[in-house]
Design a protein around this ligand. Structure first.
Ligand SMILES: *Cc1c(COP(=O)(O)O)cnc(C)c1O
Length: 223
């Protein structure tokens, strides 16, 4: 199947699952390591949202596609390195992976310089020791309060990535925990719960995800 056929198939599954839980779910096409040609096949067919995790690799793809197609949105889903933050703020509309306090003032500063508002999600770590990235639930309240203090940052919600890759059913309790943390803070602005990937997006949607991040099932194995 072509990339757009894969995308449409996944989108159909996302929509069917979302219907069961009665809310809208967005599909982010995770294009990290994939060619700009494959991304363009989607952009040509009006797909607007792409996720990238390596700044260096993403920039030329973003520049090329943005010069040809309107209203594209690029989301940063990778580990946030401080020395890459300026470019991240310049090129990405939503950062999913904000996982520590010290990057908030830096994001705010660059966003201010660029005269933009930076949308962010806080990445949470629910399964502690098995996970490296994300902030622990005990710190979430403080992190949210902190993020709300910055003029050029808008906190849009939470991102979660479960530790288990092979046994998908083990993710469900984690997805439920992430959803209950999300519900606690949810409002008109704080309304994105980013969780679910190729192998588990249906479970994530059933548990309350509002945005799923799918790579391999759309683009094929990463190169
Ligand atoms: C790579 C990646 C994905 C997509 O994973 P697939 O299994 O290829 O769908 C989703 N989220 C994050 C944070 C990723 O790094």
């Amino acid at each position: 199947m072509s990339v757009i056929e894969n995308y449409n198939e996944i989108l159909k599954e996302v929509k069917e699952t979302a219907k069961k839980v009665n809310h809208h779910v967005d599909l982010l096409a995770v294009s990290k390591t994939q060619s700009v040609e494959k991304m363009e096949e989607l952009a040509l067919n009006n797909v607007k949202m792409f996720g990238e995790s390596k700044v260096q690799e993403a920039l030329s793809k973003i520049e090329y596609l943005s010069s040809k197609y309107n209203n594209l949105e690029f989301h940063f889903i990778g580990k946030v390195q401080t020395n890459k933050l300026k470019k991240i703020v310049e090129y990405f509309s939503l950062i999913h992976s904000v996982d520590r306090f010290d990057i908030l003032p830096i994001i705010d500063k660059y966003a201010c310089e660029l005269n933009k508002n930076q949308n962010i999600l806080i990445q949470i770590n629910i399964a502690n020791e098995a996970q490296k990235n994300g902030i622990e639930p005990v710190l979430l309240d403080e992190m949210i309060k902190s993020a709300l203090n910055y003029k050029n940052i808008t906190l849009k919600g939470l991102m979660f990535m479960p530790p288990y890759e092979e046994d998908v059913s083990k993710n469900i309790p984690y997805f439920n925990k992430a959803a209950s943390l999300f519900q606690k803070y949810k409002n008109d602005t704080f309304n994105i719960l980013s969780m679910g990937m190729s192998h588990d997006f249906k479970d994530a949607v059933m548990c309350g995800a509002t945005l799923v991040r799918v790579g391999t099932s759309i683009f094929g194995e990463r190169v």
